[in-house]
Design a protein around this ligand. Structure first.
Ligand code: UDP
Length: 485
């Protein structure tokens, strides 16, 4: 363990590369742009240490890292859900976090920044006299839902949880149908619901939130939160996004993919990807192939192993170059031959940020993971929404109804689980690339790209918001110790 240094910021990342990556990006900016001494702290037990190390290796040398010791989760029931495990792991690691923060040789930390799963650490920060912030690598709307469930259930300990209204109208945000609520929020009898309520109740005690969004993306939401902060009704929620990495993941097969893109006409390729965990059924994979073929348009499809058990989430699917399972073998007979020249299917992984920025890219069929959504927005690429799990259906609602930069294809059978038929896929692709309804979406996508660029321009709203909060952290250190640092 590195000794803690003066005006130290401790960034606590919950397990999983998807959580670590945005916090590492935040840590990098705090250290490089603002000269803060930052320690990124990870937990032991629910993430692959090698993957964590690979992500952490992208940090500048000035950022310290620390791994908290393992804690036992053996007493939990074997069928306990992923979310419950995450919350419990953080909770049980708190004594180690406290020891780390207290034991630093160079004086107290200034601020603790945790993420969605880590707010159990906020009371520790408060006890140590350290500012407690939450970084949301996510939308304002998700914070708004958490606020809503805290209000719905008051501060007390209750055994009976209530259902969220259907639709749930978030102030300044989309009206969310029950089916569009994030996983865990739809069913109050799901054991993780109690954890969500408990987390949400802690939000009022945070000193502030940083959110990976920007004012022009969720304008009315941003205004609502600003007003509530001024009224003292809720801690400040500062939009500091979009954080878009210039470089995503393993770059081994990138060049072939990008060379193929270089040979395609401008605005002709539909990029299709379902993120790092998304999996389609065999039937849906065939339907998507038929739809892309029927659309007549070019495509670059990142094909992953299909889900054989109906679960749309398959982390085991992770991109493993040279994996013996070939997802392309699951494509319909003759599909690759019939579409050769205008379509490219790649196994498991594509350099997404660079693909989205490529002039040949016309649209993005996306699972609406928030990083993918922001990357598409930052590149001005309109989307077709294809949410699968977690909070992706809510993200799709934000992109279609609030931002207007995406179209939602119709699903046969409706709702989350329905099959998207080939005709709908072909129609949606044609609409987004060349249709009239699509032209409004394309225009809004171009405008939002400009707004995203402005947010991080020298006087931009997101850059100023991050500078403002760093200023407060530095000032609190001066106040706290009575010394100028
Ligand atoms: N990504 C990529 N290539 C792929 C699939 C994903 O570069 O083939 C990157 C993508 O650019 C994004 C991240 O992986 O930064 C996925 O994050 P997101 O929040 O969109 O979805 P998740 O994988 O967490 O569902």
């Amino acid at each position: 363990e590195m000794p803690l240094q003066q005006h130290q910021v401790v960034v606590l990342a919950s397990p999983g590369a998807g959580h670590l990556i945005p916090l590492v990006e935040l840590a990098r900016r705090l250290a490089v742009d603002h000269g803060l001494a930052v320690t990124v702290v990870t937990l032991t037990g629910m993430s692959n240490p090698a993957t964590d190390a690979a992500v952490l290796s992208s940090l500048p040398a000035s950022v310290a890292t620390a791994v908290l010791p393992a804690v036992s989760l053996d007493d939990l029931p074997p069928d306990v859900g992923f979310g419950t495990l995450m919350f419990e792991l953080v909770r049980r690691s708190l004594p180690h976090l406290r020891a780390l923060m207290e034991g630093g040789g160079g004086g107290p930390a200034t601020a603790l920044v945790c993420d969605f799963f880590g707010t159990a650490a906020l009371p520790v920060a408060a006890e140590l006299g350290v500012k407690g912030f939450v970084f949301f690598p996510n939308s304002f709307s998700l914070i708004s839902i958490m606020r809503h469930i805290a209000q719905l259930h008051g501060d007390g300990v209750c055994s009976e949880y209530r259902d969220l209204p259907d639709p749930l109208r978030l102030p300044g945000g989309p009206a969310l149908r029950h089916a569009d609520l994030p996983d865990g929020f739809r069913d109050r009898t799901d054991p993780v619901y109690a954890y969500l309520v408990e987390e949400a109740r802690r939000y009022g005690g945070a000193d502030g939130f940083l959110v990976n969004s920007f004012e022009e993306l969720e304008t009315a939401m941003a205004v609502t939160f600003r007003r509530d902060a001024e009224d003292g009704a809720f801690p400040p929620v500062l939009p500091v996004g979009p954080f878009v990495r210039s470089n995503s993941g393993s770059e081994s097969d990138d060049s072939a993919c990008l060379e193929w893109m270089d040979r395609q006409p401008e605005n002709s390729v539909v990029y299709v990807s379902f993120g790092t965990g998304g999996a389609l059924s065999v039937e849906q994979t065939a339907e998507l192939a038929a739809g892309l073929e029927a659309s007549g348009h070019g495509f670059l499809w990142v094909v992953r192993m299909p889900s054989l058990d109906g679960n749309p989430y398959a982390l085991g699917n992770a991109a493993i170059p040279g994996d013996k399972d070939d997802p392309l073998a699951w494509l319909p007979e003759g599909f690759l031959e019939r579409t050769s020249g205008r379509g490219l299917a790649v196994a498991a992984w594509a350099p997404q940020v660079r693909v989205l920025a490529h002039p040949a890219t016309a649209a993005f069929v996306s699972h609406c993971g928030w990083n993918s959504a922001l990357e598409s927005v930052a590149a001005g690429v309109p989307m077709i929404t294809w949410p699968l799990y977690a909070e992706q259906r809510m993200n799709a609602a934000i992109l279609t109804e609030v931002a207007g930069v995406a179209l939602r294809p119709a699903t046969r059978g409706g709702g989350g689980g329905g099959l998207v038929a080939r005709e709908e896929i072909a129609a949606a692709v044609r609409e987004i690339v060349e249709g009239e309804k699509g032209s409004a979406v394309r225009r809004l996508a171009r405008e939002l790209r400009e707004a995203a660029a402005r947010a991080w321009s020298p006087e931009g709203s997101s850059r100023r918001a991050l500078a403002e909060v760093v200023g407060k952290w530095k000032a609190s250190l001066v106040d706290g110790n009575g010394t100028v640092v």
